[in-house]
Design a protein. Structure first.
Length: 203
C-alpha cells in the first residue's frame, strides 16, 4: 500500500469506530467565546469531513470552489442564525459529504470545463450551506456571537485551505481515493444510525 494512502485508511477505520460507538450525530448548543467557535467545526465528524472534502474537490476540480464554499457558508450561517432549518438536516449534512466525494469521482471522468466548475460550485455551496445552517442554529446569540463566528470561520478556512494545499501537491490518485472515502463515510454517517436502530428493534 502506498504511504500516501495510509491516512485515508486510518480515517476510514477511525470513522468506523466512531460510528460504532455513537449511533447519532446530534448537535447541541455551542458555548460562547473564541475557543468554542474555533473548535466547533472540528469536533463534529461530519463538519470536519465536509471541510476536508471541499478542500479536496477544490484541489482536483478548481480553486474557485473555495469561493463557492464561502458563499454557501455565509448564506447557511445567516439562515441558521435566524432559526431557519430543514427537515432531516443532519442526514442531509452527512449526504453532502457523499455528494462532494461523488463529484470528485465524476470530475475525474469528464473534461474540466466552466460548466463543470459551475455545477460543482452549486453542489459545494449547497452542501456547505447545510452545515453552516446547523452552525447557525447552534451558535451563541449574545455578545460573544461575533467572536464565536470569527473562531469558527478561522478553523474552517484552515482545514479547507490546508486540505486544498496538501492535495494539490499529491498525485491525483490520492484525491480519488479520498473521494471514495468521503462517499462511503458520508453514507455511513447518514444511514448508519438507522441500521443500528433497525438492528436494535429486531433484537
Amino acid at each position: 500500500m502506498k504511504r500516501s494512502l495510509f491516512p485515508l485508511v486510518a480515517l476510514t477505520a477511525g470513522s468506523a469506530v466512531v460510528l460504532g460507538t455513537h449511533p447519532a450525530l446530534a448537535h447541541g448548543t455551542a458555548g460562547g467565546g473564541a475557543l468554542s467557535g474555533l473548535t466547533h467545526p472540528l469536533l463534529g465528524l461530519d463538519h470536519l469531513l465536509m471541510l476536508m472534502a471541499v478542500g479536496t474537490a477544490a484541489s482536483f476540480i478548481s480553486s474557485q470552489l473555495l469561493l463557492w464554499a464561502l458563499g454557501g457558508a455565509v448564506i447557511g450561517a445567516v439562515l441558521g442564525f435566524t432559526g431557519f432549518t430543514v427537515t432531516s438536516a443532519e442526514v442531509l449534512a452527512a449526504l453532502a459529504i457523499s455528494a462532494v466525494g461523488a463529484l470528485i469521482l465524476v470530475a475525474g471522468k469528464v473534461a474540466k470545463t466552466s460548466n463543470l466548475t459551475a455545477i460543482s460550485g452549486v453542489v459545494v455551496a449547497g452542501g456547505i450551506a447545510i452545515h453552516a445552517m446547523l452552525h447557525g442554529l447552534e451558535a451563541p446569540k449574545d455578545s460573544s456571537t461575533l467572536i464565536w463566528w470569527s473562531g469558527a470561520l478561522l478553523s474552517s478556512v484552515l482545514v479547507c485551505g490546508g486540505s486544498y494545499l496538501l492535495l494539490k501537491k499529491l498525485p491525483t490518485s490520492v484525491s480519488k481515493a479520498a473521494a471514495v472515502a468521503f462517499l462511503a463515510i458520508g453514507g455511513l454517517l447518514a444511514f448508519g444510525p438507522l441500521g443500528l436502530l433497525a438492528g436494535g428493534a429486531g433484537a
